[in-house]
Design a protein around this ligand. Structure first.
Ligand SMILES: N[C@@H](CCC[C@H](N)C(=O)O)C(=O)O
Length: 263
């Protein structure tokens, strides 16, 4: 048994265990270990786990796991949290370029708004329709559906039904239910890999902002406020016909606690 230092971060209530793995000691393929650490009763508890690793050319590499123990695709809230972690470790200053599952990301930590981080997401070229829902990939695959009375909506049951439907069962999909409010949207997400509703999903909030711009037929530079159970996010992007560029996910990322655990 060896003792390992872990860190806990959260972004709008989407919570993550983070390890500084620049020494390469964390076994990247240990699914059982990741699942156990993320377990809220037998472990530390989190929606996901991330490793910060060294990589050639860029500041660091983000390796992301869902709570089920498997390496996932891009995690937007995780991306903002690992940027905060990298700054806390002294690996970066207030701006960074880092590598993640979907490629290179640029991020900026706002000096005048402590804990507020702006993360550039991948460009998006395709929004597909599935009945009256929208399907797109913002680094992770997302299904976006407008509903009424979202507070009373059975997000877990309906999200799980769609995620395990014949269309999505194999690859999986994150399912976002959306309600328009004020000048933005209220969103609740069933996350693939967590297999539950989480308090926030960054790639999901991004997918909702883009899908709703598509739905409304708007073009140009846009800023969309998204409210989630764990806080508020802002999505900025440029829409030109079917193409979305300069896509930024903005929101909080905060250190919660650090500790030691043995395995
Ligand atoms: N919570 C994440 C989404 C993580 C990815 C997802 N669960 C998947 O693997 O599909 C976010 O903030 O984007």
């Amino acid at each position: 048994m060896e003792t390992h230092t872990f860190y806990k971060y959260q972004g709008a209530g989407n919570d993550f265990i983070v390890f500084d793995n620049r020494n390469g000691l964390f076994d990247r393929n240990n699914v059982d270990l990741v699942r156990r650490l993320c377990d809220r009763r037998f472990g530390i508890g989190a929606d996901g786990l991330m490793l910060l690793q060294d990589v050639a050319v860029h500041d660091f590499e983000m390796i992301y796991y869902n709570a089920d123990g498997y390496e996932g695709s891009m995690c937007g809230n995780g991306g903002r949290c690992i940027v905060a972690f990298a700054q806390d470790l002294g690996v970066i200053g207030s701006e960074t370029d880092f590598l993640a599952a979907d490629g290179l990301h640029h991020a900026r930590i706002h000096a005048n708004n402590v804990g507020w981080i702006s993360l550039q997401m991948i460009d998006v070229d395709a929004v597909k329709q599935d009945g009256d829902a929208y399907v797109l990939n913002t680094g992770s695959p997302h299904y976006v559906k407008l509903v009424q009375d979202l507070d009373a909506f059975p997000v877990f049951d309906e999200g799980r039904k769609i995620r395990y439907s014949d269309t999505y069962r194999n690859e999986g999909v994150n399912v976002n239910f959306v309600q328009a409010e004020n000048n933005g949207y209220y969103v609740r997400t069933y996350e693939r890999g967590v297999e539950d509703e989480t308090l926030a999903c960054g790639t999901g909030a991004t997918a909702v902002a883009l899908a709703m711009a598509w739905h409304e037929g708007h073009n140009g530079e846009m800023e969309t406020p998204i409210r989630v159970a764990g806080g508020n996010l802002t999505i900025r992007f440029t829409k030109t016909g079917e193409h979305f560029t300069y896509v930024f996910l903005e929101g909080p990322a905060e250190f919660v606690f650090k500790g030691e655990i043995s395995w």
